[in-house]
Design a binder for this molecule. Sequence first.
Ligand SMILES: NC(=O)c1ccc[n+]([C@@H]2O[C@H](COP(=O)([O-])OP(=O)(O)OC[C@H]3O[C@@H](n4cnc5c(N)ncnc54)[C@H](OP(=O)(O)O)[C@@H]3O)[C@@H](O)[C@H]2O)c1
Length: 312
Amino acid sequence: MPTKKMPTKKMPSIGWIGTGRMGYEMAAHLARGGADVLAWNRTRAKAQPLEKHGAKVADRVSELAARDIVFCMVSTWDDVRQVMDALLEGASEVPRIVVECSSISLEGSQQLRAMLAARSIQYLAAPVSGNAKVIKAGRLSFVCSGPKQAFDAVLPYLKMIGPAAAYVGEGELARIVKICHNVFLGVVTQSLAEVTVLAQKAGVPRHAFLDFINQSVMGSTFSRYKTPAFVNLDFKVTFTPALLRKDMDLGLDAGRRFEVPMPLASATRDLIQSMMGRGWSEQDFATLLLQQAQASGIELKPENVDVSDGLA
Ligand SMILES: NC(=O)c1ccc[n+]([C@@H]2O[C@H](COP(=O)([O-])OP(=O)(O)OC[C@H]3O[C@@H](n4cnc5c(N)ncnc54)[C@H](OP(=O)(O)O)[C@@H]3O)[C@@H](O)[C@H]2O)c1
């Protein structure tokens, strides 16, 4: 999918913090589109290849403080706080807008808003749906909250990264939307693992079962792009079990705060924990399938069938 070109009217300078699996691909879209991107990553080597797309790479995060718009894509709220402290500590110039895309809690996001407001920085909460492959395919979606003016100002840059950016209102509303999204992701993945193993144990090959599901009313972009992993057992990481567990915990915390029972999320969270305890923690979270097979007394083998991920 070609990267969208930079809007021509204004050319704010962009700072990009965090070039892990997600951040790298997002920043690459901006740089390839012609935006003026200065990127920083704790492990510099992971940011370096952005130079071939036209981005510059900083040695210290504080070098990004003078940029107009700073994006952040790290892991947890503690990590966000650390990089934001380091960005702003002693800075004489600060960004006009910070766009924070990591999946973090409502409370962390509120603290960040207060911290940035104290420096008169506008803050857009902008978590995302989709993995690195989805970004490459040009299909990432953002859910955003904060000042509408900040959303309007960064929208052209969000659109360079992915086609969809929903504005859901003021404050931290985007955070709860993203948390709900990822709780659903965990529960759906566990459910898909259960029915896939059930069908297989009853004699249906996984590729045949998933081919039907993908074409049925229950099929989705997600069931399609997880199909190659489920069929051929390629569990190269797209999203780690630890990050999914973090999001299930954020969902359960929110459930307690708003007094909403979440029985399926609760069971799924513990299944993810069990999977990690059994040693499936370094591969993709779709190894929930392997745990389900083990619990069902069968050993899965790759089917070596060429199946589509639906993203092309
Ligand atoms: N992967 C997905 O499918 C997906 C989808 C939607 C949302 N998300 C969310 O997006 C965020 C990033 O996920 P990811 O999959 O890209 O994770 P990742 O590949 O593990 O990348 C994490 C990034 O954060 C940096 N980082 C972590 N802690 C840091 C700290 N204390 N100080 C400075 N930098 C730090 C890492 O730097 P180093 O390179 O130095 O380790 C790396 O650049 C997470 O909040 C995740 O929940 C992920």
